[in-house]
Design a protein around this ligand. Structure first.
Ligand code: NAP
Length: 304
């Protein structure tokens, strides 16, 4: 507790790792606290998915991209503590420093960068038998030759369906509308696959090796034989300690200005939690920009 950091970075996904690298270059005394494991969604949600969206990284799996980023950041001198969950952040009386309380200790810092992402808790459908469903797809090989149903129309659902399609017997994708939210490249991959798309379809219950689906246009209900169900309908981020800090938010996202500064002096945010594109290149850019702004705030260099 005696050490005073220039910067505590909360979250070690692409935004937090990019921020840590920049903090090393600027010689800011910093630490990264991560509640699960470093790498964010790359390690947690898509370890086996090929991630091609970040310039210079092609044909590599999520966990390989994450490991490269983590190794790079560590080699430049950043410390990443995990699993260590931030429970509370308090602005100290003289208002120039903050105390972060985690499940393992306390940290004093002059500034904070929130890169907590939006992984949180997977959103649920609230249907019978839902406890049988999966909410992450770590290794598609586990489901080789099975019949699977994926629910959702965003990138997570479409990517999971395409990955499963490579090893499974049959893959259904059930989406509640007649158009997808997923990015064009993923829609293209889906078109090229054998995934059977069930448009305007809602999952109503999961039983052993059977599900009931309902078409919200025709009103027709039918049963499908499937072995496994995957639900990818977004997630609800953990926001308690952020909300208690009293910074301005819009829904589940932190409002930042063009310097990544929140409504509270000394507190910045970057990556998915700011609610912009939610893509790796954006998160990396935001993490870098945020630390650049923090450096200016803390050191007031002659060139600003
Ligand atoms: P998402 O983009 O929020 O999509 C959630 C999907 O689930 C939507 O299609 C939504 O339907 C559907 N949905 C939500 N609530 C539902 C309910 N109660 N019943 C049935 N369907 C429901 O979530 P995501 O796919 O997890 O992606 C989260 C963010 O990460 C997005 O910004 C995404 O682009 C990004 N992401 C990026 C990549 C990548 O860059 N390769 C990969 C994965 C995720 P409606 O469309 O009808 O609302």
């Amino acid at each position: 507790m005696s050490e005073l950091y220039d910067l505590v970075i909360v979250g070690a996904g692409p935004a937090g790792l990019s921020a840590a690298l920049t903090a090393s270059y600027f010689h800011l005394k910093h630490i990264v606290l991560e509640s699960i494991k470093p790498g964010g969604a790359l390690s947690h949600n898509y370890p086996s998915k090929i991630v091609d969206s970040y310039l210079g990284f092609r044909g590599m799996k999520g966990k390989e991209v994450a490991n490269k980023m983590i190794d790079h950041v560590k080699a430049e001198g950043s410390e990443i503590k995990y699993p260590e969950e931030v429970i509370e952040i308090k602005r100290n009386k003289e208002k120039k420093t903050f105390t972060l309380t985690t499940n393992k200790g306390k940290y004093q810092t002059k500034s904070i960068l929130l890169c907590t992402g939006t992984i949180g808790t997977p959103r649920k459908l609230g249907i019978e038998g839902e406890e049988k469903a999966h909410y992450v797809l770590c290794d598609p090989e586990e489901f080789k030759n099975k019949k699977c149903l994926v629910v959702g129309g965003g990138d997570s659902a479409v990517e999971a369906a395409v990955m499963l399609n490579k090893v499974c017997d049959t893959v259904f994708l059930a989406h509640r509308r007649d158009q997808l939210r997923a990015i064009n490249k993923n829609q293209e991959e889906l078109k090229k696959s054998n995934v059977k798309i069930l448009w305007n379809t809602e999952l109503k219950c999961i039983a052993d090796r059977k599900v009931k689906v309902w078409n919200n246009k025709t009103g027709e209900t039918k049963e499908l034989d499937v072995d496994e169900v995957f639900i990818f309908i977004g997630s609800i981020p953990k926001l308690d300690f952020i909300k208690n800090l009293g910074i301005k938010m819009e829904g589940n996202h932190i409002i930042v200005n063009s310097s990544m500064q929140t409504s509270l002096q000394g507190v910045y945010a970057a990556g998915d939690i700011t609610g912009k594109l939610k893509r790796i290149p954006e998160a990396i850019g935001e993490g870098h920009l945020a630390v650049y702004s923090i450096y200016k705030y803390l050191r007031n260099p002659y060139w600003t």
